[in-house]
Design a protein around this ligand. Sequence first.
Ligand code: ADP
Ligand code: GLC
Length: 488
Amino acid sequence: MKILFATPECAPHVKTGGLGDVSAALPPTLARLGHDVRLLMPAYSGMKVAGDVLASVDIPAEGQWPAAQLLEIDPGNGVPLLLLACPSLYSRAGSPYVTPTGADHHDNAIRFGFLSHVAARLGTARSPLPQWRADVVHANDWPLGLAPLYLAQARLSEPAGSVAASVVTIHNLAFQGVFPIGVADALGVPWQWRGMDGVEFWGQLSMLKGGLQFADAITAVSPTYAREIQTPAAGVGLDGVLRARAGRLTGILNGIDTAVWNPATDRLLPHTYSASSLEKKALDKAALQARCGLKRRADAMLFGVVSRLTSQKGIDLVLEALPALMADGGQLAVLGQGEPALHDALAAAVARYPGSVAVKIGFDEALAHLIEAGADCFLMPSRFEPCGLNQMYSQAYGTPPLVNATGGLVDSVTDSGASSTGTGFVMRSADSEGFGEALRRARAAFAERRRWRGIQVQGMARDFGWERSAAQYIEVYRQAAQLAGVAV
Ligand code: ADP
Ligand code: GLC
């Protein structure tokens, strides 16, 4: 199958969260399964991509769309990278989505509308690449939401079966790409699709809704999340659309890139270790304490957090529980960035518990690895979590996670109280009581050396590799192709 994986971010080139990791790991796994996979993303400024340039193709301006260039680069992982170069749209300071001060780029609708337009063209006879066109276009999150719509539009004028099938993946339903309905003109959304059965969302245009309405298949990043988003409580206004298309919706749990997240080979760790040399994990704990200015105490129970600092992640529950976390010499190391109010609250916690609470605001890949390895227990009390990767990393690193019972956390962490093969601590209610109760259980287990070690080792033995999930994606692509009449 010829698969185009279209995404706004991909590690290590550009990453703001889990989608960057998924984009880096899933496509090469699909390629190893024998498929012809390419990855499309914008050429952002400051990106350094090493590899041979395989092709460079001009995309002339057309109608409302600007002129651009498509660079095909071989990064050496079996998945050629298609970089969409259009400096007026993608060369600027900030992240893919926001300016350095955190405001959305003013023209995000056009920036990602154009990316979606090019993704769709790569699945038609008008593919900009002379030798290649996709059988399946895999669109990720709202920035690629319009790609399925543009493919549906191409089907109106091109012969049946000659236009790629479309799959859209929901990594986070909370981000929907909602813009004033007036941008429909600039995006070339056909009139008949501007209403409720199309992209309209409470009088505005929702790119993600476009994807959900027009994709041949929809996936969400965990089975539990796929169920949750069909309910009003977690559907963020799109549960009705998702229920209507439930027959097309599948939940597939993300995997982890075991070449990057493996404590036995991790080059970002001062000391590597495995389940049979767990005592060396203590060296990373000491390194983490030294690096963060925490007291060098081997016996302190050290809690770790690596997170976007938003209300999604339940950091307020961690802050509320500070006295309980600090009891008996407990320590906390937090790495993250996001909402200013949370930055301030975390700074206040450092001031209140010097030497016991350490906070680094910013994005720091090496420190993220060191926290996964050096902490004793990883905290992830997310209010909702489509999949979550950190709880899988922490299990692989022998750092049992304490998680809320939501989304992918349910599908990837087994409560150590409920099962003899438990790998972590699952909250029984999504509030401070639930957090406090799970924390007491974690502390009690930590106090029993052998029991703790059992929980660590069980987590480390889990297979979170991508192979199983990649095979499920292939199945979804096949179903989508069949529905679209594309022979694969
Ligand atoms: P989300 O995508 O919702 O942010 P995930 O758990 O799926 O949550 O993925 C988050 C990814 O981003 C992980 O790889 C995590 O290590 C990384 N990450 C988040 N914040 C930071 C940070 N401040 N510094 C380094 N890595 C971070
Ligand atoms: C989103 C979700 C996270 C998920 C990631 C990758 O950012 O918030 O739970 O793991 O996407 O799919």
